[in-house]
Ligand binder design. Structure first.
Ligand code: ADP
Length: 509
């Protein structure tokens, strides 16, 4: 029997310890799924107060001095479910109230470059077996810009693990002033077009994209889209250049935490064969949120960050027309204050028909999807999206913009072919585009086929097992070819492979 690969999962958040969005869901679930698939996966996180509080059996495995960081850095080891978790305990960087990236008012921490450089250096030490002498990594799997320095720093090590870097959202790049390079004590030669420089600024994201042995995006369609100027956030040239090393692997969901048949947050459990329980959850939601208690009124819901990416403005633009039908609309999210104000104003203008719950509550997110008939995700772009997967499982038929992971997971009757439809999708990022798809959904709801559509979505298997197998395969590939590399983005698109060109043409059609 070959020994299982040792994989260190480096991330800035992991549910249930700390979560701001899908990154936290993925990093909370995937290491466990990998262990079930025979991988020796361990997680490493910053020691935020909530992470320390959530791991009661922590023990110290190393005390480090880390370049560019003045205070002590202690590596602690605990367990989360069956997954060993290292915490990088650097109190100056992580022991503070607020979120992982920003204070309570949403202002980014001014020292984020230093905080995540310290984290990256500690990850490198653990990966190389220079912190916990009992364990070293064969593969380091780093996630998003917060860990982008890890592949860059490891690429300089003569005997190093292979590196995989996953893009959860290319729009957040970790850009800092040029001076940060010296302040963080990073090697000068990293300041180049082939390295961390991005239009005169220091890019943590580029560390992952340029230096990792393998790069993944969280859905196959997003992996293609980010190679285009429309969705590449200025990094499409580099990504096209690394196309042979780039793959899209769809996220899964935690089917235990999101199970309508056993969800303690719901007033009554339900499943695809017993949908009466869903009707009761709808009634409870309407009552709790001050909506008219009407079983016939279609309840449309949005759960997620209130930001332009998610198309909240498209939803606001379509509200007057939606309210001319019988529909009720529930929005649950936090984010942009202007969007939150506009949603509160919409609620005030249509009491009993619109509910805007601005805030963050896991339980309410479950209750909203359990009660909703339709889940709206009019995202401008969506790397994978988890909310539509939870919605499918909770019998809230998704209406989505056809982009990224939404295009990969929701099957519209018009494009179904031999597959079974599970929702509705639209192309144009406009209120009219959204309205057209919603009206098709509402027409379908008035037919006898609706229950089958709901049940089909609920039966879909989006558990982590399949993705975990794909990542295991990828680790094998990364281990086979761990050549360190620096790259230069091509000037002209001739370097594209023919298959990529075809895929890009399809994606931007
Ligand atoms: P993103 O990562 O872009 O925010 P995803 O759809 O991938 O979007 O994941 C969002 C995750 O965050 C889901 O688990 C969703 O339920 C959760 N979430 C977002 N906003 C809220 C909120 N206000 N309250 C509770 N959970 C939320």
């Amino acid at each position: 029997m070959p020994t299982p690969p040792r994989v260190l999962f480096a991330a800035a958040e992991a549910q249930p310890l700390v979560k701001t969005g899908g990154l936290g869901d993925v990093c909370g679930s995937l290491p466990g799924a990998l262990r079930r698939a025979g991988v020796d996966a361990r997680l490493i996180l910053p020691a935020y107060p909530a992470a320390i509080a959530g791991l009661p059996d922590l023990r110290t495995v190393a005390a480090l001095r880390v370049a560019g960081h003045h205070g002590p850095v202690t590596i602690r080891l605990g367990r989360l479910g069956g997954v060993p978790v290292y915490l990088v305990d650097a109190p100056e960087a992580f022991d503070r109230p607020g979120g992982p990236y920003a204070d309570f008012s949403g202002r980014d921490w001014a020292d984020n470059a230093r905080r995540f450089a310290t984290f990256a250096r500690a990850v490198v030490r653990v990966a190389l077996g220079r912190a916990d002498v009992a364990w070293r990594a064969d593969v380091v799997h780093a996630h998003d810009w917060h860990t982008g320095l890890v592949p860059a720093l490891l690429a300089r090590e003569p005997r190093r693990p292979a590196t995989v870097f996953t893009i959860h959202n290319l729009a957040y790049q970790g850009l800092f002033e040029q001076g940060a390079l010296g302040e963080l004590g990073l090697p000068r030669d990293l300041w180049s077009l082939d390295g961390l420089e991005f239009h005169g600024r220091l890019s943590f994201m580029k560390g992952g994209l340029a230096f990792a042995d393998r790069v993944t995006a969280v859905s196959p369609t997003y992996a293609v889209e980010i190679c285009t100027p429309q969705a590449g956030c200025g990094l499409d040239g580099l990504l096209r250049h690394r196309r042979e090393r780039l793959a899209g692997i769809l996220n899964g969901i935690d089917v235990d935490a999101w199970d309508p048949a056993r969800d303690p947050a719901l007033v009554r459990p339900f499943d695809a064969r017993a949908l009466e329980g869903k009707a009761e959850n709808k009634r409870a939601l309407q009552r709790a949120l001050g909506l008219v208690e009407d079983a016939r009124a279609p309840l449309l819901a949005f759960v997620g960050r209130l930001v332009e990416q998610k198309g909240v403005d498209l939803l606001l633009g379509s509200l007057p027309a939606l309210l001319r039908s019988q529909a009720q609309v529930v929005v649950h999210g936090t984010g942009d204050a202007r969007l939150a104000d506009a949603l509160r104003a919409a609620q005030a203008a249509a009491p009993g028909r619109v509910a805007a719950v601005v805030g963050y509550s896991e339980d309410l997110a479950h209750q909203v999807l359990a009660g909703a008939d339709v889940c709206l995700m009019p995202s401008r772009f969506e790397p994978c999206g988890l909310v539509q997967l939870y919605a499918l499982r909770y019998g809230a038929v998704p209406v989505v913009r056809r982009t990224g992971g939404l295009a990969d997971t929701v099957v519209d009757p018009d494009d179904a072919g031999a597959r079974r439809a599970t929702g509705f999708s639209f192309r144009e990022a406009t209120p009219d585009g959204l309205l057209e798809a919603v009206s098709r959904a509402l027409r379908a709801r008035a037919t006898s086929g609706w229950t089958d559509l709901v049940a089909e979505g609920m039966r879909q298997d989006h558990s982590w097992a399949r993705s975990a197998r794909e990542y295991s395969r990828l680790y094998g590939l990364a281990l086979g070819r761990p050549a360190p590399r620096t790259v230069r983005a091509p000037r002209a698109p001739q370097a594209w492979s023919r298959s990529l060109r075809r895929q890009v043409a399809l994606a931007s059609a």
